[in-house]
Design a protein around this ligand. Sequence first.
Ligand SMILES: Cc1cc2nc3c(=O)[nH]c(=O)nc-3n(C[C@H](O)[C@H](O)[C@H](O)COP(=O)(O)O)c2cc1C
Length: 361
Amino acid sequence: MPSVDLLSPGRIDGFDTCNRMFMAPMTRSRALPRGVPSDLAIEYYGQRASAGLLITEGTAPAATGIGYARTPSIDTPEQIAAWKKIADAVHARRGRIFMQFMHVGRIAHSANRYVSDPPVAPSVVRAAGQMWTDALGMQDLDTPRALDTSEIPGVIAQYAQATTNALAAGFDGVELHSASGYLPMQFLSTGSNRRTDGYGGGVHNRIRFVVEALEAMAAAAGDASRVGIKISPAMPFNDIQDDDPIETYTTLVKAIAPMGLAYLHVLRTPPLPTIFEILRPLFFGPFAAGGAFDQRSGNAMLESGGADFIVFGKLFTSNPDLPERFAVGAPLTSFDASTFYTPGPKGYIDFPAMSGSGSLP
Ligand SMILES: Cc1cc2nc3c(=O)[nH]c(=O)nc-3n(C[C@H](O)[C@H](O)[C@H](O)COP(=O)(O)O)c2cc1C
């Protein structure tokens, strides 16, 4: 079998990818008021179109899912129209783009939201920590309100509607953000899910929200192969904690493996360094591995058969043409964490491509 590396073409059910590199979903906090992506994002994503697949920044399926300053949504005609310009710019450069749905659940502050209702979560368990607000500076995270059982179908329906909206805007598919301590992970994890109904308690109940969200997204898309999922087992970010992440995530992956999803995107974090080896055999479709990869380690992972795609985050912020640089062994520009979340073009669209072409020959 010919060896596979980052620059080999790949395939997700339904379309080919020009290489094995995904650009990771990254919140960049440049959206306009009321969740509308700005025109800067057209340039930003267009510059990065040579990734095999771009995954957008976390985007709220509806306004109630917004928690951070200047983050976008996909539920109003204005938002959908703005996203369409972004998808079009990527397609004009022969790129592929999925939209990530990020409902933050309890990781929110009211000053960042344009709806008056408090953030929702599986249970009334406040996450320790603070977040930035433009109006008030750093603030303690809000205490969430617990979703009533009767409300959960409505939240699931928001993911379905967002899928319809994203595909109408021209996206190639959608990704459920079930990582990093946001709403779906809050349902999965014992520390944040204290429910006693069918969505809490044993592992089969805790995975129910994620499974139902994926089913609803696949039904809305008409095809599960346009729906991916991101997970980050055992990641402690956003004060999330699970008593037995291996049980939780092996049960989840076994449950979703038969669905025919576009891919399983796994972020490896230090508490569980063997997670790829644990989950890869349980999932039959494309497996995308992320977390601190570089060219050497990404190629080694692909060559060993440990993953089908490698997800790069921070390196793509400062190297819009990362695949071209890997192809010729060009030096990489260091990323600048101080401009990850600041408004405006600086640190966002001003990292030049090596040749200025922005696409592989
Ligand atoms: C500025 C920034 C914003 C991020 N925002 C998101 C996000 O919106 N959704 C998400 O799933 N992960 C987010 N992440 C995590 C990345 O998707 C990725 O998993 C992580 O950076 C590890 O990959 P890396 O080591 O290649 O950067 C973010 C990371 C960074 C650096």
